[in-house]
Write a protein that binds this ligand. Structure first.
Ligand SMILES: CC(C)(COP(=O)(O)OP(=O)(O)OC[C@H]1O[C@@H](n2cnc3c(N)ncnc32)[C@H](O)[C@@H]1OP(=O)(O)O)[C@@H](O)C(=O)NCCC(=O)NCCS
Length: 216
């Protein structure tokens, strides 16, 4: 039987995570947030219980966690990763977040801690790594690899055989052309159309996408 869940974070991404968990029938006990002003508020009808120290009132045998920290690349992305890795090292289990309206091929390989939001599609042969977010209505086409901690933002499309390495952000509505490889820590801006592979550690914007200053 599934354990109840506490969502780490209480911002925008946490709201979508909580909603997906509720829609998939999970019991959500609460959310955490470092900001005292948010404690006691309700999100999707669920209380913000306090900061992460409230976890001392629970045990990993009783409760699973879900990562509610969002990311647009850069520092926020590494915070999302650091917080989860620290809690995992302390023995906590992060649960699967899969909205029932996510369409996921049984021939895709999806890490148990990836988050698949409403309306997304993950096609056969795709590999979706640890901590990845495939956000609302995003498409991960056949045989695509999405590396750990990357975020495929709402309505982005990663076409067949493309590769998105670790810790990338493919912005809202962006398209990554088939076969293109994005190296680690690539940030593709909203609406970018990426038609050439990119080594990583930089930002691409526009149609066709080009590196912004400092990213060549
Ligand atoms: C690419 C992005 C990270 C740049 O943000 P930033 O570092 O704050 O950069 P700025 O807004 O200062 O813009 C820098 C330059 O890039 C241009 N630019 C920024 N975003 C762009 C985009 N998506 N498409 C085209 N050009 C863009 C700006 O016009 C500006 O050009 P200029 O120097 O000629 O004036 C950001 O605009 C973006 O697209 N983020 C992704 C948003 C997203 O996916 N949201 C989903 C959340 S779930």
């Amino acid at each position: 039987m599934n354990l109840p869940v506490i969502v780490i974070g209480a911002g925008g991404h946490a709201t979508v995570v909580a909603d997906a968990l509720l829609a998939s029938g999970r019991q959500v006990l609460g959310l955490t947030d470092p900001e005292p002003a948010r404690h006691g508020r309700h999100i999707c009808g669920i209380p913000v219980l306090g900061d992460d120290s409230i976890l001392k009132n629970y045990s990993p045998a009783q409760v699973e966690l879900a990562n509610g920290l969002g990311s647009l690349g850069g520092e926020a992305m590494s915070l999302r990763r650091r917080v989860q890795e620290k809690l995992e090292a302390a023995g906590w289990q992060f649960c699967n977040v899969r909205h029932p309206a996510a369409i996921v091929s049984p021939f895709a390989r999806v890490d148990a801690t990836a988050q698949l939001m409403a309306g997304c599609v993950v096609q056969p042969g795709a590999i979706v790594g640890k901590g990845v977010i495939v956000n609302t209505a995003a498409v991960v086409e056949h045989d695509v690899t999405v590396g750990a901690w990357s975020h495929i933002a709402p309505c982005a499309v990663v076409c067949g055989d493309a590769r998105v390495d670790e810790a990338c952000h493919v912005g809202a509505g962006a398209v990554v052309r088939q076969g293109v490889a994005l190296g680690p820590v690539t940030l593709a801006g909203a609406g970018a159309v990426v038609i050439k592979s990119f080594a990583g550690n930089g930002t691409l914007v526009g149609v066709p996408a080009r590196p912004i200053e400092g990213s060549e």
